[in-house]
Design a protein. Structure first.
Length: 256
């Protein structure tokens, strides 16, 4: 496995640290509404995973959820932060499970957004391989045409869609392919759910077409004492699509 690296990040606010982990194939800017909305209750830190945004990786290879988790730990070390609240969307949620397994003592609470604990089925793994080949051959703009509309609710604004497309286009095909292979090979985390002994919140868009809400609720119900909050007018990118509802739920959770 590659050596951990310090990640680029954006920070706002004051108080205990809350770190945000973006989804695929995005970057830290998806969390701008959260950095603004939660700055009064936490020091909000949104990282760019390796290869994404400002976290330059000249030779993306051998990515894994464990490597992403160790990158976050190295970044926390560099800014002298010990314990954190962690929030991750989709692939970022997979990173949360890895961080929980590898750096449990540093976790104060967990916020899962539009993600799942299950590993990929064989069919899904084949889909990851096809998608990796497609982005390497045709780039992320063409890839967005197929995936982008599935990531949002029908009511999502043109402005939000444009932001998502820009994040796609800012991701190098080689990085996206490495992400896809890392997601393909991630371990099943359903066995971790019952062992989570820190406060946990699960947010999920009511119109998520990629990860159905009922399955997400089943995951959340397996975490002792967790809270599940559906986000109206939200798809797979619920915190970006409906930041008012997502931020309200996060603030209530963090204050509690």
């Amino acid at each position: 496995m590659s050596e951990p690296m310090e990640l680029a990040y954006e920070e706002r606010g004051s108080g205990p640290a809350l770190l945000f982990v973006h989804g695929f194939p995005l970057d830290r800017t998806m969390w701008i509404p959260q950095l603004a909305g939660l700055a009064k209750v936490r020091t909000c830190i949104a990282v760019d995973l390796r290869g994404h945004g400002l976290s330059v990786d000249e030779a993306p290879r051998d990515y894994s959820m464990d490597l992403f988790a160790d990158d976050i730990a190295a970044t926390l070390d560099s800014i002298n932060v010990d314990q954190i609240d962690l929030c991750g969307l989709s692939m970022g949620g997979y990173v949360l499970f890895a961080f929980w397994r590898r750096h449990r003592a540093r976790v104060r609470s967990l916020i899962f957004c539009d993600t799942k604990a299950e590993a990929d089925s064989n069919e899904a793994k084949e889909g990851r391989d096809k998608a990796a080949a497609a982005v390497l051959a045709d780039g992320l703009d063409n890839f967005y045409e197929g995936l982008g509309p599935k990531m949002v609710a029908p009511s999502t604004s043109a402005e939000v869609n444009a932001k998502i497309r820009a994040m796609f286009n800012n991701t190098a095909p080689e990085v996206a392919a490495a992400d896809l292979k890392a997601m393909r090979d991630r371990p099943d985390a359903t066995g971790d759910l019952g062992a989570i002994d820190v406060p946990a919140l699960w947010l999920h868009g009511e119109d998520d077409q990629i990860m159905p809400m009922d399955a997400a609720r089943t995951n959340a119900d397996k975490i002792p004492g967790s809270r599940f909050v559906p986000i109206p007018n939200g798809g797979h990118m619920a915190p970006l699509e409906n930041p008012d509802a997502a931020n309200k739920a996060m603030i209530e959770f963090l204050k509690g």
